[in-house]
Design a protein around this ligand. Sequence first.
Ligand code: ADP
Ligand code: MG
Length: 203
Amino acid sequence: MNKTHAKYERTLVIIKPDGIQRSLIGEVIKRYERAGLKLVGIKMVVPTQEMVEAHYTLDPEWKKKTGEKNLQAYRDKGLTPPHDDPIKQSEMILMKLKKYFASGPVVAMVWQGAHAVSVVRKITGGTEPMLSDVGTIRGDYVIDSYKLADDDVRAIRNIVHASGTITEAKLEIDYWFKKEELVDYRLLVDAMLYDTDISGILE
Ligand code: ADP
Ligand code: MG
């Protein structure tokens, strides 16, 4: 099968422990599903702290990028970050993430469709809950902030993880799912989303 078409793009979503505890599994799935994305893999897992560390360090740049994003968020608010070292900052975040993710079951999923990575990020909303747009999952269901999480020394509870880039998505999907756990199948709506010829509707 030729899988170079954009409709085969895949991304990883994890409903984090707070999403499960707040009974938002159905709500989260509904939002990706109604956008036209196709669920091609799903399972419930209780991650170990080692799995969480491995997941976040699949991308060797994650520590640098996340630390810089975080320190910049302080500066954007006119606040002085606790220090200037992005790696130190993301190592602290990682410690908190390990506790958070390993606290209970999560639901890992693979979603497929055109621009899956960026569409899922758009529906999910931004990392800083105070800035995530209303209408996104994080904008609608999260009351938290970088500051509150930092003050309380815990991870931001923002319902879902979603891969940030296509490269990150490939690494994360391979990490969480075996090949045989992902299903290639056709949905009837695919024709309306992707077929160039949509004649044949009228009888
Ligand atoms: P995203 O999940 O939007 O891709 P990152 O990859 O930058 O965000 O960070 C991973 C996760 O780490 C976030 O979703 C959030 O749960 C947590 N996190 C990020 N920054 C902080 C912080 N300053 N304090 C607490 N938790 C954080
Ligand atoms: Mg990320």
